[in-house]
Ligand binder design. Sequence first.
Ligand code: HEC
Length: 198
Amino acid sequence: MGKYLIALIIGIILVPTAFYLYLRSGDVPVATSASPLPFERFFAKLAMHATMAHQLPKTDAGPPTETDLVSGAQIYRQNCAVCHGLPNKPPTIIAKGMYPHPPQFFHSRPIPSYDSNRPYRPASRKVYWKVKNGVRLTGMPGFKGSFTEQQLWQVSQFLSNARNLPAAAAAAVEGKPQEAQQRATVSRSRQTMPSNHK
Ligand code: HEC
């Protein structure tokens, strides 16, 4: 019995005290360029996944239209590219200086060629959740108060289709608005699947 009591006391008092002293030691990595805290990634991921699983939307708003993808591309270029990068462009100095590093969705590479036989995919509900709510202590902003519900879905649909973007959306994300408009007119005859989130 005595042994268990000692173990309990060590557990309750010593471990938290040691952790507190560690935090006060002045050696804890807090700079964005420092390596992660012990278990930082593990705890952050655990909490993230549990919360997200709890709060994911029930539906994915269905496959986007080409217009949704073009709007998503414009929203992305304006609000996300500074951290998440553009096709054919190296990561920005802001992205390089952040910890954790924002994932580079285009990996600085050109946009993959478009296959019109592949239907557009619905947005990933996880992407939608992250764009809407942001990710605490990472620098990923939540856009819930700033975007409409439709805009939140459009930028998520854009990302979920980043490997098969129609020419108009590709031109829009690369900042060629005139080209985007012309191409949208040309390809308007193309059948896109109806979207049901209006
Ligand atoms: C100020 C920088 C910044 C901006 C602006 C920003 N993000 Fe992020 N974003 C991040 C960081 C950092 C992460 C990584 C978070 C993590 O490690 O969990 C992230 C993560 C994400 C993820 C999750 C990726 C994954 O693989 O789990 C998505 C999706 C995302 N961002 C989309 C967007 C969209 C869409 C926008 C614009 C509407 C945007 N972000 C704007 C910094 C940013």
